[in-house]
Design a protein around this ligand. Structure first.
Ligand code: PEP
Ligand code: MG
Length: 544
């Protein structure tokens, strides 16, 4: 049978292969009407199931805390609190006693109704809690229906999952594929921090999979492959093995510097959009955050986040960095990151912000307030003209008052910016190469649908090289924060071109630090020169 690919969204990177494990439905049966005399015992059962679900969640949270994963523990604890919510209990009670629903059905319906209410609130943080309530409902309904609690290994396939469901998955789960879900949902955040490959938004087709059929989930490209050929399976299995080994080594060597065999020191920072990712990155030895994507949490927002909303998101995250580098990128809305309030708006990143000066001032104020004690760097996304960073600097000085000015940098991720890199470098304190957008734009690919990102294509490398030279000329550091920074083929080329810092996904930090220790800088430089001329073995470069 030829391979068949389902396409969704890349929620947590990595390849996973194994038998599909279809998550059973909750066992709720809406067609049954319980006779009057049986309703009280159904209600007792429902309340016991809610209490049991809360106890399970508290136990999971406790285990997470013991493992030092406090951020995830907090997320799971929220679910336990919801199980004790009197509003939820009252709704369940009414559905059972008046409506004659079974315990499982009543819990499912009450949880769904509560989740729908939360999802309708125009506050992204509260709206995301909807998933937590649904997850709690599924858990409690399964208990009420006497559901199974066995652990089966493989790739978990489900309509949707809550963060606690993901946090509870044991090592026997290789990866997760969901019909629904978004990349910013808490479930995805937990998966990323666990290094568990996850694809979401695959659509209802994924629920037609047959229990036990072998599948491959590619959490980096957002795909699920049915009927995988033997080569793909072997690749997935070896990638999983490599990831496990890499993490163990990384944690053990977290305090050692990342330095090439011939002495070139490269800083390794993390890309993050959640507290859980920052924690995982630090555990793996990250020297700080090189890219904080501030927009991801607000993709369902109905308005530009105000100072308070941004502050609530940023404060715990930056506090966890203590005195390390915190590179906070201004909202990069637009393209595939367009929230409802910007529907129809043209432009992307800084362009949209400059059209909404109050939103820019609010975000700057929130960042400055939250960044007490960290080495703050502000990063401007999607610049094309130097006037844009000049305008951001003016807005910054207007809100700065007596606070210390942060370092200001720009993402070089459009060909226009790369061509003007020297001008940008003169105005700024650092530059950050966004190879994701740069590659797609330079090669005319569609970022939202393209499955490849050949950053080592000579056309792209020439833009990267020009940017590196501009940075060196101005004496400012150059970071690479696109996915190429953790790509085994591209990373040595980027180091050879002179990258001072690599900022990579939280779960990749240790692996990249380890890889740097095996490189020879002089050989990387030589490889980079050949790559610029297109003289390497293949378009994607060659490994050292
Ligand atoms: C990039 O374009 O390389 C980048 C890091 O930005 P984002 O992926 O958030 O667009
Ligand atoms: Mg980008």
């Amino acid at each position: 049978m030829p391979e068949r690919t389902l396409t969704g969204f890349a929620a947590a990177p990595g390849l996973a292969a194994g038998p599909a494990v279809l998550l059973a439905a909750s066992g709720a049966d809406d067609r049954v009407t319980v006779p009057l005399e049986g309703r009280q015992s159904q209600l007792d059962g429902a309340l016991q199931a809610l209490a049991a679900a809360a106890a399970q969640l508290e136990r999971i949270a406790g285990d997470l805390r013991e493992e030092g994963r406090g951020a995830e523990a907090e997320i799971v604890e929220t679910g336990a609190l919801m199980a004790h919510d009197p509003g939820l209990e009252a709704a369940v009670s009414e559905l059972v006693l008046k409506g004659g629903l079974t315990a499982a059905s009543a819990i499912s319906q009450a949880a769904e109704a509560a989740a729908d209410q939360l999802a309708a609130i125009p506050d992204p943080m509260l709206a995301e809690r909807a998933d937590d309530v649904r997850s709690l409902g599924r858990r409690a309904a399964t208990i009420a229906a006497g559901g199974r609690d066995e652990r089966v290994g493989g790739v978990l396939v489900a309509a949707g999952l809550g963060p606690a469901d993901v946090a509870e998955l044991g090592p026997e789960v290789e990866g997760v594929a969901l019909a629904a879900g978004g990349v910013t949902a808490h479930a995805a955040i937990v998966a990323r921090s666990l290094g568990l490959p996850m694809v979401v938004g695959l659509g209802r087709d994924v629920l037609d999979l047959v229990e036990g059929e072998t599948i491959v989930v590619d959490g980096s490209l957002g795909r699920l492959v049915r009927y995988p050929d033997p080569g793909r399976l072997a690749q997935a299995r070896s990638e999983r093995e490599r990831r496990n080994q890499a993490r163990a080594t990384a944690v053990a060597r977290r305090l050692e510097p990342a330095i090439t065999l011939d002495g070139r020191r490269v800083k390794v920072l993390a890309n993050a959009s959640s507290l859980a990712e920052v924690r995982e990155a630090l555990e793996q030895g990250a020297e700080g955050v090189g890219l904080l994507r501030t927009e991801l949490l607000f993709l369902a927002a109905q308005a530009w986040p105000d100072v308070e909303t941004s502050f609530r998101f940023l404060a715990p995250l930056l506090a966890s960095l203590q005195d390390r580098v915190a590179t906070v990128r201004l909202f990069d809305f637009g393209g595939d990151k367009t929230p409802p309030f910007l529907t129809g708006a043209k432009g992307r990143g800084v362009e949209l912000l400059l059209e909404n000066p109050q939103a820019l001032r609010d975000q700057l104020e929130a960042i400055l307030r939250a960044a007490q004690g960290v080495a703050l760097r502000l990063l401007v996304p999607m610049v094309t003209r130097v006037e844009q960073v000049v305008a951001v600097r003016q807005a910054l000085s207007a809100v700065l008052r007596d606070r210390r000015p942060p370092a200001l940098g720009a993402m070089i991720e459009t060909p226009e910016a790369a061509h003007r890199a020297a001008e940008f470098a003169r105005q700024l304190d650092f530059l950050s190469l966004g190879t994701n957008d740069l590659t797609q734009l330079a090669l005319g690919l569609e970022r939202e649908s393209s499955g490849t990102s050949p950053a080592t294509h000579p056309t792209v490398l020439r833009l990267i090289d020009a940017t590196m030279r501009a940075g060196r000329g101005a004496g400012i550091p150059i970071e690479v924060c696109g996915e190429a920074a953790s790509d085994a083929d591209a990373m040595p080329v980027l180091v050879g071109l002179g990258a001072d810092e690599l900022s990579v996904g939280a779960a990749r930090v240790g692996e990249v630090r380890e890889a740097l220790r095996t490189l020879n800088f002089a050989a990387c430089q030589e490889l980079a020169q050949r790559s610029l001329l297109g003289q390497t073995g293949h378009a994607g470069g060659e490994s050292l």
